[in-house]
Design a protein around this ligand. Structure first.
Ligand code: NAD
Length: 269
C-alpha cells in the first residue's frame, strides 16, 4: 500500500516538531509537508531541520490550503481560532483532520462539529492511550462511588501552556460527571480564591499547576471520609501524544465524514 501522506500545521511548535519526528519514524507514513503562521521564522526553512531530522528538501509553507491538497491527512496542534479555520478548509477539501488543540470555547467546538459534516475529523484533548484508558476508569469509579466522595482534579504542565484547566483535566471532569449522571457545567469549580465557604456537595473541583518542562500530569482524587482513591497519569514525553495522533490519522483513512474521538480510534466503546 502507498505510504500515507501526513501534513502538519504548526510544524515548528513543540507538538509540531514531535509530530515530524514520529511521522518520519512510522513505516506506513511519509511527511507530505508542513505549514506555520505567516509571521513564523520557520517559514521558508527546511522542514526536517525544524525537528532535528536533517534536511528533507521540503520547505515550511504558510498556506494550509496547499497542505490539504498535498496530504492524505493533516494534523493540527496549534491554537483554537486557527484550528477552526483549518477545520473549515478540511470541510472544503473533504479531508481527514486530526485535531489536538485544546482550549476551544463552545462556539469553536460547534464550528468543528459543523465542519465534520464534510470532513473526517478526529478530535481529542489528549491523544495518549493512557489518558483515554484513565477516562474510562474515572467514569466507572465515579459511577460506583456515591456523591459523598468529593472529586478533585489536579494537573501540572510546562510553563508555556496557555489554557487552564488543561483540556485533559476538563475531559476527565466530563468523564467523572458522566459517571455521576450530571453535567460538568453545573458542578465545575475551576477557581477558588478568598473566603469561598465550604465545599458544595457534588462539585467537581480543579487545581492548576504550571512550571518547568512537564509534558502533562493529571490526578483525579475521589476523596471520602477516612479514605481516598487517586487515579494518576503521567506523560514523561510528548511522543505519546504524537503517536496517538498518527494512529488517529491512519485509523481515519477512508472513514466517512464525522466527528470522531480517540475512544473510536482505540476501540474503547
Ligand atoms: P506551541 O505554541 O509550541 O505550538 C503551536 C504552533 O502553532 C506554533 O509553532 C505556532 O507558530 C503555530 N501556529 C500559530 N498560528 C498558526 C497558523 N495560522 N498556521 C499554522 N501554524 C500556526 O504549542 P504546543 O505545546 O505544541 O501545543 C499546541 C496545542 O496542542 C495546544 O492547544 C496544546 O494544549 C495542545 N496539545 C494537545 C495534546 C493532545 O494530546 N491533544 C497534547 C499536547 C498539546
Amino acid at each position: 500500500m502507498e505510504r500515507y501522506r501526513i501534513g502538519i500545521v504548526g510544524c515548528a511548535g513543540r507538538m509540531g516538531r514531535m509530530l515530524l519526528k514520529v511521522t518520519a519514524e512510522t513505516q506506513a507514513c511519509v511527511i507530505a509537508g508542513g505549514a506555520e503562521a505567516p509571521d513564523s521564522p520557520a517559514v521558508g526553512q527546511d522542514l526536517g531541520a525544524q525537528a532535528g531530522l536533517g534536511e528533507l528538501g521540503i520547505t515550511v509553507g504558510a498556506d494550509p490550503a496547499a497542505l490539504f491538497a498535498q496530504a492524505d491527512a493533516v494534523i493540527d496542534f496549534t491554537a483554537p481560532a486557527i484550528s477552526v479555520r483549518h477545520a473549515e478548509l478540511a470541510a472544503k477539501a473533504g479531508a481527514v483532520l486530526v485535531l489536538g488543540t485544546t482550549g476551544l470555547d463552545k462556539d469553536q467546538d460547534a464550528a468543528i462539529a459543523r465542519a465534520a459534516r464534510q470532513a473526517t475529523i478526529v478530535q481529542a484533548a489528549n491523544m495518549s492511550l493512557g489518558v483515554n484508558v484513565l477516562m474510562e476508569l474515572v467514569e466507572r469509579t465515579a459511577r460506583m462511588l456515591d456523591p459523598d466522595f468529593d472529586i478533585e482534579i489536579v494537573e501540572i504542565h510546562h510553563r508555556y501552556k496557555i489554557d487552564a484547566p488543561s483540556g485533559t483535566a476538563l475531559a476527565l471532569g466530563k468523564a467523572a460527571a458522566k459517571g455521576r449522571g450530571v453535567d460538568l457545567d453545573d458542578v465545575a469549580q475551576k477557581v477558588r480564591d478568598g473566603i469561598t465557604g465550604p465545599r458544595r456537595r457534588g462539585d467537581i473541583g480543579f487545581a492548576t499547576l504550571r512550571g518547568g518542562d512537564v509534558a502533562g500530569e493529571h490526578t483525579v482524587a475521589l476523596v471520602g471520609d477516612g479514605e481516598r482513591i487517586e487515579l494518576t497519569h503521567r506523560a514523561t514525553t510528548r511522543e505519546v501524544f504524537a503517536r496517538g495522533a498518527i494512529k488517529a490519522a491512519l485509523w481515519a483513512r477512508g472513514k466517512p465524514p464525522g466527528l470522531y474521538s480517540m475512544r473510536d480510534v482505540l476501540g474503547l466503546d
